[in-house]
Structures are given as structure tokens and as C-alpha cells.
Design a protein around this ligand. Structure first.
Ligand SMILES: C[S@@+](CC[C@H](N)C(=O)[O-])C[C@H]1O[C@@H](n2cnc3c(N)ncnc32)[C@H](O)[C@@H]1O
Length: 454
């Protein structure tokens, strides 16, 4: 079946970059899929404005909570699923932020700032006198170091590690909900004073042509983030106050495939699943997961296997994965991909075909669950992009639409919400090499909003 794609959707650009300047959304950067304004428009368009009618909004891949926050602001109940413990921690801190007492948080931030100033000046003194001094003996900091975190080059330089571990120990002593806010602030800032950088995948600074960071002011950076949070919490309390607190709001740190939501309970889904571009949410948050103690030994592997689409690195060398879904031309495309570069074994077409089949099988399961959870007449707005893998285009938006129809959902529209140049993508070039369907340069990467109705 062919779908009409529309350009004028009434939905603002799905790019997430505007989130960087919006209250609450700006706390932690994340590869988000869409902006808060996009979600606001989707809620206005697909949910009746009548405030007396409360609706439940679901985001099955909630990330750091863009949909959840916009749903609460619009006066609706929200529920999210997010498998990554760091993203789930941030989303939880955001949806519960109105419960925080600004005066108590202010006192804690002030106490933290003073303690950090004292520690930092000690560390800086020791380090400038003897750059080889063992700074981790101060206050038994070494005990807070994560056991199973390994990186190619030291993640933090010695003085920064001492400062960060001290901040971590102080944060652990706080009570909720403030503790989560402090941990979110540490997680949001830690890469900025580390020897790693987001490009947007996590890479070492020297590997990205940047200098190592030998020393830095850690406390002031964390405090700036906390001040930003405090300002936004005060704004949310003044603007939404009781209405915010009255909404049912939940984020579940588990896979959406495990969701035990009531059948037909959801009026609107606004979501963006991981794209078929192998952006590795788990590896890219290893620093936060390990240093904040959010993952135990072996937990990373479990997370990778339970993630939507798993990852190329997880499935490339396992048993051959076949499609569970039957769509016109799809088996042929996957077969073509599998036949590419057999000499490269799992690094050639065979490994990528395993990834694509796993991803599309999960997409099929996803549309099945949507059908179960949506109320009759309810809508789902799914932002997703096409992918080009080893020169073969997979129009994931249209494939998802076809799968949805197979599972009993009606496809209302597919809007192209953003086009981007080939080469401007986060996909590593090795994923895309080769002519695109034999027409180099003619196929563009785009983001689409697939609108479904039950
Ligand atoms: C494109 S991001 C969504 C970001 C979100 N729109 C936001 O504004 O923050 C996709 C998210 O899906 C999460 N994810 C992957 N597999 C999942 C699963 N099986 N269940 C729930 N979440 C999952 C990833 O950790 C990632 O945060």
C-alpha cells in the first residue's frame, strides 16, 4: 500500500534542539526525537480541549520525559516507560519537581556550594604542589569509585575525579526528591568536565581532536545546573501549582514490552522510538549509569538486549535473525542487505541484516502493544526517521504504518516533519556506505510523524 506524505502538518518542527532553552526540558540533553513544542501541538490537535475530560497520555519510549511534561502542563494524566535508568531518573525528577520545596532545595544547594568550595581549594592546592599526589585519599573518596567502569583513557583527570567523587558522596546523603535532582545535575554535567565528549556519540576528547581537561571547577558547574533547576521549579509551581500535583503521573523504568497497562486506557501516545540508526543509548550513558551507581555488573548487557531493536553490536554475530513480519518487498530488501560484503562476515551485510530484522520485529511488537493500549478513537503520533543501511533505504515510517494496519490500527497521515542532508546524520558513515538504492545522493534522510488511530 502507498501512503500520501504531507508537509503541512500543523505540528512544529520535531527537532529537539529547542528543548535546550525551555524550562525543565533544558535540564539534561538527550537524543529526543522531538521538541516540547511538537508535543504541545500534537496534544492540542489530537485531544479534545475540554479540560474536564481527563485523558491518559502515554510515551512508551519516554527518554527524559518531553511528552510527560507537556502532558501534565496540558492537564492530563501521563505514564511513560523508559528502559535506561539514567533517563528514567531524570524523567522522574522532572515530573515530580513540583513536590520539591524551593526553600529547602535552596538551602541544600548553598550548603553543597560551600562544601565543594572548601574541597576544591584543597584539591587544587595539593594538585598544583604535586600533580602526582594521590588525591583520592581525601575523605576516603576512592570507595565511591565505580568498580566496573572501564574507559580507554581515564574518564576524569585526577583532581576532577576527586572533586566529582566528593560531590557524589554528598549527594548520596540527601533525601528524596532533592537527591534525584542533585544526581540529575551531576549526570547532566559530568561529561563536560571529563576527558570524553558527545559528538553526539560518546568519544574521547583526544580522539575528537580536543585537548584533555587537566583540571576544572566542578562545584560551580554543578551548582549552575542546580540553580537552573531551582528557577524552573519555582516557575512550574507558580504557573501550574495544584493542577500539576493533581495529575496522575508515572514513569516506569522497564521495557515497554513488559507494560501491564490496562487495555484501551490510553487516549493519546506521543513518542519517538529509537531510530534504526544504531544510536547506542546504553553505551552513550555508561558514565552516568556507572558513576551514579544506576547499574550493576552485567546490567549493561541486559539493558542492551531488552532495548528496542537491540543494537548492531548485540546481534551481528549471533544466530541469523529472520523477519517475523511480512510486508511487500521487505524480505527482498533484507535479503539484498544480507548478501552485501560476505567477506566481511558479521561486519558485512549479514550482521546489518540481523540488526534490521531485529529492529523491524520489535517495531511489529510495538504496533501490537499500541493497538492493545489505545482507547477506541485514540491517536498515536510516532516520530521516526528513514534509514539508509549499507546503501539500502528502509522507510521505517511507512513500514511502521503498514505494520500498524496489519495490527488493526488506522493510518491517518504520515507527515514529513523534518528533512536533513545525507551526511548530516548521527549514523556512522560505515553504516551507510554504498549507493543509496543505486542512486547516490537522491535519497534524503527525514523525520516523519506517523499518525495512527484506533
Ligand atoms: C528517541 S529516544 C526518546 C526520547 C524522548 N522523546 C525524549 O524527549 O526524551 C528513545 C528512547 O527509548 C528508550 N528505549 C529503548 N528501548 C526501550 C524499551 N524496550 N522500552 C522503553 N524504552 C526504551 C531509549 O532508552 C531512549 O531513551
Amino acid at each position: 500500500m502507498k501512503y500520501r506524505t504531507k508537509l503541512d502538518s500543523g505540528l512544529r518542527d520535531a527537532a529537539a534542539s529547542e528543548n535546550k532553552s525551555l524550562p525543565i526540558h533544558r535540564w539534561v540533553p538527550w537524543i529526543a526525537g522531538f521538541s516540547a513544542q511538537f508535543v504541545e501541538d500534537a496534544i492540542r490537535k489530537y485531544l479534545p480541549a475540554d479540560r474536564r475530560a481527563r485523558h491518559l497520555i502515554l510515551d512508551p519510549f519516554a527518554g527524559v520525559g518531553t511528552t510527560l511534561i507537556e502532558g501534565i502542563k496540558a492537564g492530563h494524566g501521563v505514564v511513560g516507560y523508559e528502559i535506561n535508568p539514567f533517563a528514567a531518573l531524570v524523567a522522574r525528577a522532572k515530573i515530580d519537581c513540583v513536590e520539591v520545596s524551593p526553600s529547602e532545595l535552596r538551602a541544600e544547594v548553598d550548603a553543597f556550594r560551600i562544601a565543594m568550595q572548601r574541597l576544591e581549594s584543597e584539591v587544587d592546592k595539593c594538585y598544583s604542589a604535586d600533580p602526582n599526589a594521590d588525591l583520592l585519599t581525601v575523605e576516603d573518596l576512592a570507595k565511591a569509585r565505580p568498580e566496573n567502569f572501564k574507559s580507554r583513557i581515564p574518564f576524569f583527570s585526577p583532581p576532577i575525579e576527586a572533586k566529582f567523587l566528593y560531590a557524589l558522596i554528598r549527594t548520596s546523603a540527601l533525601l528524596e526528591p532533592d537527591r534525584s535532582l542533585f544526581r540529575a545535575a551531576l549526570g547532566a554535567t559530568m561529561v563536560s568536565y571529563s576527558n570524553y565528549t558527545y559528538e553526539p556519540s560518546l568519544a574521547s576528547r583526544p580522539g575528537s581532536g580536543k585537548a584533555l581537561i587537566e583540571n576544572a571547577a566542578v562545584g560551580p558547574t554543578i551548582c549552575r545546573k542546580l540553580e537552573e533547576m531551582l528557577t524552573d521549579i519555582e516557575w512550574a509551581r507558580q504557573t501550574y501549582g495544584y493542577n500539576w500535583l493533581a495529575q496522575s503521573r508515572d514513569i516506569r523504568q522497564t521495557s515497554y514490552f513488559e507494560a501491564d497497562l490496562e487495555e484501551g486506557s490510553v487516549s493519546l501516545v506521543v513518542t519517538s522510538p529509537p531510530y534504526m540508526n544504531n544510536y547506542h543509548y546504553v553505551r552513550n550513558t555508561r558514565p552516568q549509569l556507572h558513576w551514579l551507581g544506576l547499574i550493576t555488573n552485567g546490567g549493561g548487557n541486559r539493558l542492551e538486549r531488552a532495548s528496542f531493536g537491540k543494537f548492531w553490536q548485540t546481534v551481528r554475530q549471533g544466530e541469523r535473525v529472520d523477519l517475523d513480519v511480512d510486508l511487500p518487498g521487505l524480505a527482498e530488501s533484507v535479503g539484498q542487505l544480507r548478501a552485501k560484503h560476505p567477506e566481511k562476515r558479521q561486519y558485512g551485510g549479514a550482521g546489518w541484516a540481523n540488526y534490521v530484522a531485529t529492529y523491524l520485529n520489535d517495531s511489529f511488537r510495538f504496533t501490537k502493544s499500541l493497538r492493545r493500549h489505545l482507547a477506541v478513537g485514540g491517536h498515536a503520533v510516532i516520530v521516526i526517521g528513514n534509514s539508509i543501511i549499507q546503501g539500502i533505504e528502509f522507510p521505517v515510517d511507512r513500514l511502521l504504518a503498514q505494520m500498524s494496519e496489519q495490527n488493526g490500527l488506522h493510518v491517518e497521515d504520515i507527515h514529513i516533519v523534518r528533512t536533513k542532508r545525507v551526511g548530516n546524520s548521527i549514523i556512522d558513515s560505515s553504516v551507510r556506505n554504498g549507493d543509496v538504492n543505486g542512486h547516490r545522493g537522491k535519497t534524503q534522510l527525514y523525520d516523519a510523524a506517523v499518525v495512527l488511530r484506533r
